[in-house]
Design a protein around this ligand. Structure first.
Ligand SMILES: Nc1ncnc2c1ncn2[C@@H]1O[C@H](COP(=O)(O)OP(=O)(O)O)[C@@H](O)[C@H]1O
Ligand SMILES: [Mg+2]
Length: 324
């Protein structure tokens, strides 16, 4: 059997700053199959971006360090790759879209030239004419008129800029697209359009995707599988069906669902989970969610929760036995 497209095993990542060690990712296991979209969900600070940057090997040099575990792409350990090899893999096989489109676009270069740059790096065998027609095709595929390739980022709206970023990310037909809250910086009305576009292109190109979001509505619409992260750990994961339809859930997952606005009511009901995410440089013992958990039992503050598995549905919680 072919290995998953991407497989993360026991990944641990720390940031070492002058005054503390930040335990950002604490032993996560994740698999993404070919063609699959996996939603990575969790509050700010959960470690989602750190996990994504680890796959890309883009952790801030000097501060961020992978201290344990492995990232396997098509069965090959990425952590053994040289920086040169990684440069070729980025964009060519794995692309990442960041939250703010402006951080990935150069304000002094035309949109067309920025897309072409990505082609020049990864497909140097293409002629200039082939590149120009590929630029046109890519712009067209993200709903932008090709003649606008001569314009600069400031001439585009936020949503249009993010479309160009998507075109750049998909220029070399990567096998995996990591989208880190790709629509958070956009107007709500534009968010749905941009997500639908990404979903469409991803299907056409048969690309796998890791979609980082805290929007469960988006997850329900676009993802095949879901992993929920808290304080650097995956506390629950499964198919979209497991997460949305199964009876048993981690109390944190329940909290996330309860904090969704209730569309049936006039006013928005937002029961956000009480308390704050723990300081990742001083994490609590036992289950890291126990200080905020309304269902905690005696074992929660001292013992690491068992992982309960039912089919592909995993929950790390003391409330359940070995079986969910
Ligand atoms: N460069 C950094 N130096 C120190 N701590 C960092 C750095 N980047 C992120 N962190 C910390 O690591 C934790 C995880 O952050 P992050 O991966 O960005 O979470 P998320 O994407 O889920 O919001 C947070 O506590 C954050 O403050
Ligand atoms: Mg983030």
């Amino acid at each position: 059997m072919a290995p998953p497209l991407i497989s993360i095993r026991g990944l641990e990542v720390q940031y070492r700053t002058e005054d503390a060690t930040v335990y950002a990712v604490n032993g996560i296991d994740l698999d993404v199959e070919r063609g699959e979209t996996m939603g990575l969900v969790g509050e700010t600070g959960a470690g989602k971006t750190t996990a994504a940057l680890s796959i890309m090997r883009l952790l801030p040099a000097g501060t961020g360090k992978i201290t344990a575990g492995g990232v396997f792409f098509n069965g090959v350990d990425m952590l053994g790759k040289t920086e040169d090899e990684m440069r070729r893999i980025r964009g060519d096989k794995i692309s990442m879209i960041f939250q703010d489109p402006m951080t990935s676009l150069n304000p002094t270069i035309t949109m067309g030239a920025q897309i072409r740059e990505s082609l020049e790096i990864h497909s140097p065998e293409m002629t200039r004419a082939e590149m120009e027609s590929r630029v046109d095709e890519l712009l067209f595929s993200v709903g932008i008129q090709p003649r606008r390739k001569y314009e600069y980022p400031h001439q585009f709206s936020g949503g249009m800029k993010q479309r160009v970023v998507i075109a750049i990310a998909l220029a070399c037909r990567p096998e995996l697209l990591i989208a880190d809250e790709p629509t958070t910086a956009l107007d709500v009305t534009i968010q749905a359009q941009v997500l639908a576009l990404m979903d469409d292109l991803k299907k056409q190109m048969d690309t796998s995707m890791i979609l980082i979001t805290h929007d469960l509505g988006v997850v329900a619409e676009t993802c095949d599988s879901v992993a929920i992260m808290y304080a650097g750990e995956i506390i629950e994961k499964g198919s979209v069906y497991d997460i949305f339809e199964a009876t048993n859930h981690h109390p944190y997952t329940e909290g996330l669902f309860n904090s969704l606005p209730d569309l049936d009511r006039e006013s928005e009901r937002l029961n956000s989970i009480a308390g704050l995410m723990p300081d990742p440089s001083a994490l609590p013992g036992g289950c890291k969610f126990h200080p905020r958990c309304g269902k905690r039992v005696e074992a929660c503050d001292s013992a690491v929760p068992p992982v309960c598995v039912s089919g592909g549905h995993y929950i790390a919680c003391h409330l359940f036995g070995r079986e969910v």
